[in-house]
Design a protein around this ligand. Sequence first.
Ligand code: SF4
Ligand code: SF4
Ligand code: FES
Length: 226
Amino acid sequence: MTTFDFDGQPVPLQPGDTILQAAQRAGHEVPHLCWHEGVSASASCRLCTVVADGRPVPACATPAVAGQRVECHTEALKTRRLHLLQMLFVEGNHFCPGCEKSGNCQLQHQAERAGMTDLHYEPLHPERPVDASHPEVWFEPNRCILCQLCVRASDELDGKRVFAIGGHGIGAKLLIDSESGRLGDSQLSVEDRAAHICPVGALLPKRVGFAQPYGQRTFDDAETRG
Ligand code: SF4
Ligand code: SF4
Ligand code: FES
């Protein structure tokens, strides 16, 4: 069987596999935020960075190669991930106890997995106005981590291109394709995949935030906490 080495374990690979796909299929967790099966990889968050044959690469967008040696959970990579996560937290406003995504949030989950106990950096406290103009979906830009999943889902799965990323650095933000720039004037429907793919609590269907009780959420299970 064709394999590569992942943190000292042989991992089988199939044609077309990325490192992340093959490793996850074999039961390894590869930390990620901007990857989602079903849409193309943007390799934008860099949380999944691994070292493949001595070179840092994004596991979500790098083909797995037979015989390759991949390191994922070294101390250096874990420290790098922790700092990436801390930066994401301070760039937005994340108050998990009051957030309806808590327990289902990839950012929160990854921070827990990384053992994050403080912010490390000075919080920026952005004051971006919430967009509640859509009757069924709301957008809280202060929680947006610019992962581009909604951008790709709207384009590739919904065929609409409701979203885009504009600006650079700290000025980068999610743009909405409508005359007013608001969600309520866009083509977005609550049935769209883009309305459900956000890994954090930035883009959320309204009135169902607490339909799934705390304690029964994706990352509430003790086993998924690891
Ligand atoms: Fe916490 Fe996630 Fe909500 Fe941010 S989006 S406040 S990390 S649960
Ligand atoms: Fe990603 Fe959500 Fe922001 Fe869209 S709204 S870019 S899915 S964090
Ligand atoms: Fe690979 Fe974001 S998950 S770069």
